[in-house]
Design a protein around this ligand. Structure first.
Ligand code: HEC
Length: 157
């Protein structure tokens, strides 16, 4: 039956996405102990100031439940938010630029369907001027330049 095959495909994708999320260590920054998985709120010290990770559960208001797949992919691989503003490089998107479309799809399905929605609102990042201006992010990406070569996620199966 088509619908059963579909459900099996989806279950497979969710499993794969969960595995990729573990490889990418998304939880390390997006989950705090004692809080729901992926509800965000980890304080990351940077030379720009303290940056808090965000809620990436499928909650439509506090999380990323309204992201379509393209927006999710642009955020994770390019650090570009829906609307065009940029994430602070405390989110290591340069490390994720090499994730394949196929793996990105599995991650998306996992985050939309495999992760439990949470309405937690983590502390919002408020850096002092001019770092509060997200348009400037591309100019200070150098501040985070990583000296460690990154192993791109890939070959999951
Ligand atoms: C080293 C810490 C770190 C890791 C690892 C990390 N993130 Fe992030 N992420 C952040 C921070 C910090 C932000 C918020 C950045 C900002 O406010 O500009 C963020 C923001 C995001 C956003 C934007 C959410 C929003 O608020 O709209 C998404 C989506 C996201 N991360 C997904 C992921 C995924 C998927 C992974 C694993 C593949 C991951 N992150 C791994 C730190 C991290």
């Amino acid at each position: 039956m088509a619908s059963q095959a579909h459900a099996e495909d989806e279950a497979q994708l969710i499993k794969k996405g969960e595995y990729l999320s573990r490889l990418g260590d998304c939880m390390a920054c997006h989950s705090l102990s004692g809080k729901p998985d992926y509800a965000g709120g980890l304080a990351i010290e940077s030379n720009l100031g303290t940056i808090y990770s965000t809620n990436i559960t499928p909650d439509k208001e506090h999380g990323i439940g309204n992201y379509n797949e393209q927006q999710f992919s642009d955020t994770v691989r390019k650090g570009v938010l829906p609307g065009g503003s940029r994430l602070y490089p405390a989110m290591p998107y340069p490390n994720y630029a090499q994730i394949s479309d196929e793996d990105m799809h599995a991650l998306y399905v996992y985050f939309m369907k495999g992760v439990k929605s949470s309405a937690d609102q983590p502390t919002e990042t408020s850096l002092s001027f001019p770092f509060s201006q997200r348009w400037g992010v591309r100019f200070w990406n150098w501040a985070f330049i990583n000296d460690k070569p990154f192993q791109p996620i890939g070959g999951a199966s």
